[in-house]
Design a protein around this ligand. Sequence first.
Ligand SMILES: [Zn+2]
Length: 261
Amino acid sequence: MKKCSEMGSKTNGLWEWNLTWRRKLFEWEEEEAMELHNMIQRVQTSQGCMDSWEWTHSKDGQYSTKSAYAILAKEEREATEITTFSRIWNSVLPRKISAFNWQLLQDRIPTKMNLLTRGIIKDIQDCKCGICGEEEEDTKHLFLKCNMVRWLWMACAKWWGIKVKLEADCWNTFQVAGREPKEKCIRDGWDCIWNSLAWTVWLARNQNTFQGKEINWEKLLELIQLKSFHWITAKKERYAFTLTDWFINPVACLKDCHRKR
Ligand SMILES: [Zn+2]
């Protein structure tokens, strides 16, 4: 292996690479060599130092599987964020619902526990769930774990004939929901239910918390069904099913329209 100092020279104080290869490069390799050259062009070498390997992703320059894993996890997270963002913003949802759901997935909704963290609520005793009044109200509890909210999830899943996995937090639950079912039109439709459910729960919680209005859960289920119907049919003219069709079998409605395209 050659040293860096043998792979170029300084001209007028600036390092210029002069890469030499042990054999003549194939045509496809030429392209890669060019790419490599472009990548290292901005790198300036230090004089009077010994060549050594350095892992730039850790402070001490030493490679560790932990730091490599952290980079891969970060890349994965960034890629997932982009997909999640477009799932929410390119959907049939009204803008304010998209905005709410993006905030929800980032855990920035003003739940009581979030208000406690921000110092707006002073006492943890005042952080009981606005729906059940039993557990502390954080995002996970309010949208996934609270007893009647769970019932609502299961009722929607039954209506769609699918299984719902409620993960440790909203972000992961949304990711898992995005991987099933197989057909994109059904996945998009289910995203719409996801968003409709979260928004409806939030409004009901607010009315219950601030106006003491009791929640009628059967009515909430109907509201989710109605809202999702209006959102989906308003944006996609090819969807010609009726509200009754939608109430009876939403998956068949979406599949049917998908086939007719
Ligand atoms: Zn609760």
